[in-house]
Design a protein around this ligand. Structure first.
Ligand code: NAP
Length: 239
C-alpha cells in the first residue's frame, strides 16, 4: 500500500536534512520527486528533480505555481523551515517576518494552489512538517514556536474542508533531529544534555526516521487519516 509509482511529489526544503531524506524516501517508494530549495540545483539529492525557489518571496512562489501548472502534483510536502534563536525581548521583527514567511505563509500558499487541483481531481496528499514546538513554547524561539503551532492548526483547517474531497491533509511533528536546524543545540553540551534527558529514546533522531512516516502519510495506507499531527519524537511528547 505504500507503492507511490506513477505519482509526482513536490517536496520543499529538499536539499538537506529532513527534506532530503523525505525526497529520497518518496523516490524510493516509486514517486517522481521535484525538490525545492534556494540552492538545491547546486547539489540535489540523487534521483530528485531540483528546482531553485526562495519560498520567502511571494512573487517567486506565484511564479513557481505558474511554472508547474501543467504538472499534476499528487503529493505536496511542506517541509522547508527556518529557525531564529533569540530571547523574546530581543527577537527582531525581521526575524519574525522571515520565519513566518517560510514556515507558515509558503505552506499556506502552496497548499491552497496545489490542493485546489487535488480537490478538483478528487485525490491528493498534503503533509506539513510541524514540530514538537507545535505543542510547547520552547525557549528562545518565539517566532518558530508560533509558526509551528499555526501550521498544526492550518493542517486541521484544510483537512476539515478537504477530507470529503479525497484529499488527505496531515502533519508530522518531529522531535529533535540531528540537522543544520539544530546545529546550535548540538554544539552546546549543556543544552544538549538537558534536551536529551527529556527524550525517552535518549538520542537525536535521524532524518530517515522522519521520512518513513511521511511515506506512510503520502500513501493509500493513510486514506482514513485526516487532520492528524503525528508526533515522531522519540517519546518526548509523553514524557
Ligand atoms: P535544515 O537542515 O536547516 O534544512 C532546511 C531546508 O529548508 C533546506 O533544504 C533549505 O534549502 C530549505 N529552505 C530554507 N529556507 C528556504 C527558503 N527561503 N526557500 C526554500 N527553501 C528553504 O532543516 P531541517 O532540520 O531538515 O528541518 C526541516 C523541517 O523540519 C523544518 O520545517 C523544521 O522546522 C522542521 N523540524 C526540524 C526539527 C529538527 O530537530 N531538525 C524538529 C522539528 C521540526 P536550501 O538550503 O536550498 O535553501
Amino acid at each position: 500500500m505504500t507503492d507511490l509509482s506513477g505519482q509526482t511529489a513536490l517536496v520543499t526544503g529538499a536539499s538537506r536534512g529532513i527534506g532530503a531524506a523525505i525526497a529520497t524516501a518518496l523516490s524510493r517508494a516509486g514517486a517522481e520527486v521535484i525538490g525545492l530549495g534556494t540552492r538545491i540545483e547546486d547539489a540535489p539529492p540523487p534521483g530528485i528533480t531540483p528546482l531553485n525557489c526562495d519560498l520567502s518571496d511571494r512573487d517567486r512562489i506565484a511564479a513557481l505555481i505558474a511554472d508547474l501548472k501543467d504538472r499534476r502534483i499528487d503529493i505536496l510536502v511542506n517541509n522547508a523551515g527556518i529557525i531564529r534563536r533569540a530571547p523574546v525581548a530581543e527577537h527582531s521583527t525581521e526575524d519574525w517576518d522571515a520565519v513566518m514567511a517560510v514556515n507558515l505563509d509558503a505552506p499556506f500558499l502552496l497548499s491552497r494552489a496545489f490542493g485546489a487541483e487535488m480537490v478538483a481531481r478528487g485525490s491528493g496528499k498534503i503533509i506539513n512538517v510541524a514540530s514538537v514546538l507545535s505543542f510547547q513554547g520552547g525557549r528562545f524561539v518565539p517566532g518558530y514556536a508560533a509558526s509551528k503551532a499555526a501550521i498544526a492548526n492550518l493542517t486541521r483547517s484544510f483537512a476539515n474542508e478537504w477530507a470529503a474531497h479525497g484529499v488527505n491533509v496531515n502533519a508530522i511533528a518531529p522531535g529533535y533531529v540531528a540537522t543544520d536546524n539544530t546545529a546550535a543545540l548540538q554544539a552546546d553540551p549543556e543544552r544538549e544534555a538537558q534536551l536529551m534527558a527529556r527524550v525517552p529514546l535518549g538520542r537525536w533522531l535521524r532524518p530517515e526516521e522522519i521520512a518513513a512516516p511521511v511515506v506512510f502519510l503520502a500513501s493509500d495506507a493513510a486514506s482514513a487519516i485526516h487532520g492528524t499531527v503525528l508526533a515522531v519524537d522519540g517519546g518526548w511528547g509523553g514524557f
